[in-house]
Design a protein around this ligand. Structure first.
Ligand SMILES: Cc1cc2nc3c(=O)[nH]c(=O)nc-3n(C[C@H](O)[C@H](O)[C@H](O)COP(=O)(O)OP(=O)(O)OC[C@H]3O[C@@H](n4cnc5c(N)ncnc54)[C@H](O)[C@@H]3O)c2cc1C
Length: 453
């Protein structure tokens, strides 16, 4: 029977390993941290349930839904309440609902009349031939106009990637938009056609979490691996002959595993710190240069009466033209139950990202002070929060910038020249938890299929 060793237990590594094990492959999974999950960390304290990383995942295919069922998670799955459909954007210091339909859009104060007219011209704008790879900002401005970029696209990009649309690649960071333009010549026409051509009963993506928080997913995947998953590991050597030999230290003991397949599921920036064979390091020589900006999130609990706003939504995103120091604020207790004790609310605010990396690096007391001011202005929070949990991510989310395709080609070449080597994680094929999960499952299946005699 063939064997595989996975380094890194983010959702991608765990999904790959669990899929391989299910297919009958011997697996060993090594994590340097004391617990698995990477960015997915849920904390329960004082009656609050806080997500340090992702708050939800998009269940985007029947396959993912079936996988959650196989993991025994169907009963624990939590769908957001109706409030989650309301999303806000800050405009002129006020929270303005994001319009959810053409009629509402025309009435919305988010865009001026000229901004709306410019947007309505989109179906008539031709895609230039021989277009070089564009930034998301150039793409949105060309198709939808500057106002849509400043008031809507930029804050959404900040909410998803903590990113800068001037640097993100339209093709790599938002492939669905790029595809709509290529296939239909227009985003509006393409979206309308896609809506009409969906067969009745086709799978509708849903946002979800779990009763115990997102870490429930990690626990379920880790449970499939049992003793094959080891935390607190320091990788000491990796050599490649006919097979991959990996040694590591754990609890003062040195261990060794020989595997046919080596799956590197750690972040791109961490790979060059691994004791990989020189030829592998040479083949991924600047992969670590994929930028990951710092992000700090604060989950703050308040008594309900301390917040003036109804908090009847998913949260509010803040465009950079508002000149504020917060990227956005989620209202977790408004869209999932049991996130805060009765008569209390939980807010999670994000600082830093590509837009203001220095703000993520400020001392905690300074961050808290500035946040209290921001929350007072934005949602009318007054007085001291009754609960606070800070999560600092020194390198949060990989940025799929213009030129990201070169990194992807580099990964493919490294794999092609090193039989049995696989590179995976959120810098490849999507940053969202749902994408990482399905990419991990797909990789596991692909490797298992190759191993059939
Ligand atoms: C603050 C924040 C908020 C987010 N919000 C959302 C959201 O709401 N929705 C959403 O879909 N996505 C969200 N994301 C993105 C999503 O959470 C991540 O993209 C995804 O979880 C990353 O998974 P991954 O498999 O790439 O591994 P990671 O989570 O990056 O884990 C990699 C693992 O590798 C381990 N590792 C590194 N080096 C070594 C080594 N030498 N030896 C052994 N192990 C090693 C690390 O310790 C880590 O456990 C968010 C991310 C962050 C940071």
């Amino acid at each position: 029977m063939k064997s595989a060793l996975v380094i890194g237990t983010g959702v991608t590594g765990l999904a790959t390993a669990a899929t391989l094990k299910k297919a009958g492959v011997h697996v060993r999974v090594l994590e340097k941290a004391p617990r698995p999950g990477g960015a997915i960390q849920s904390v329960q304290r004082d009656g609050f349930l806080v997500e340090r990383g992702p708050h939800s995942l998009m269940v985007n295919s029947l396959n993912t839904a079936m996988l959650l069922g196989e993991l025994g998670l169907s009963d624990k799955l939590l769908l957001p309440n109706d409030a989650a459909k309301n999303r806000y954007l800050l405009k002129g210091g006020e929270m303005v609902p994001v319009p959810m339909g053409p009629g509402k859009f025309l009435k919305s104060p988010l865009l001026s009349c000229s901004g709306k007219f410019r947007l309505l011209r989109e179906p008539f704008i031709k895609r230039p031939c021989n277009l070089a790879e564009e930034s998301l900002a150039a793409f949105v401005e060309r198709r939808l106009g500057r106002e849509v970029l400043d008031q809507m696209a930029e804050p959404f990009v900040s909410g998803i990637y903590a990113g800068d649309p001037e640097r993100l690649s339209a093709r790599h960071a938002f492939p669905a938009l790029d595809k709509l333009e290529r296939e239909h010549g227009s985003l509006i026409k393409g979206a309308m056609k896609a809506g009409k051509s969906k067969p009745a009963g086709s799978f509708k993506p849903v946002m979800a979490s779990f009763q115990g928080g997102m870490h429930t997913l990690i626990e379920a995947l880790a449970a499939q691996l049992g003793q094959d998953l080891e935390c607190n590991c320091v990788i000491k050597s990796i050599t490649h002959g006919d097979r991959w030999t990996v040694t590591w230290e754990r609890d003062g003991e040195t261990r060794e595993y020989v595997a046919d397949e080596l799956i590197l599921a750690a972040p791109a920036f961490s790979l060059r710190k691994l004791p990989l064979p020189q030829s592998v390091l040479d083949s991924i020589y600047d992969l670590h240069e994929i930028p990951y900006p710092p992000v700090t999130s604060f989950s703050l609990g308040y008594r309900r009466e301390q917040i003036a706003h109804a908090l009847d939504g998913f949260g509010v995103l803040v465009p950079s033209v508002e000149n504020r120091r917060v990227l956005g604020v989620l209202f977790p207790s408004a869209f999932f139950p049991h996130r805060a004790p009765e008569d209390h609310v939980l807010l999670t605010a994000f600082l830093g990202g590509m837009r203001q990396p220095d703000v993520a690096q400020l001392p905690e007391a300074e961050q808290l002070a500035l946040l209290k001011g921001e929350l007072a202005d934005i949602v009318g929070a007054f007085g001291e929060p009754v609960f606070s949990e800070r999560s600092h991510w020194e390198r949060a989310i990989p940025q799929y910038q213009v030129g990201h395709g070169d990194f992807m080609a580099m990964c493919k070449k490294a794999e092609a020249t090193h039989p049995g080597l696989h590179l995976c994680g959120n810098y490849r094929g999507g940053i969202a938890v749902g994408q990482c999960l399905s990419n991990g499952v797909a990789l596991g299946r692909e490797i298992a299929a190759q191993q059939q005699p």
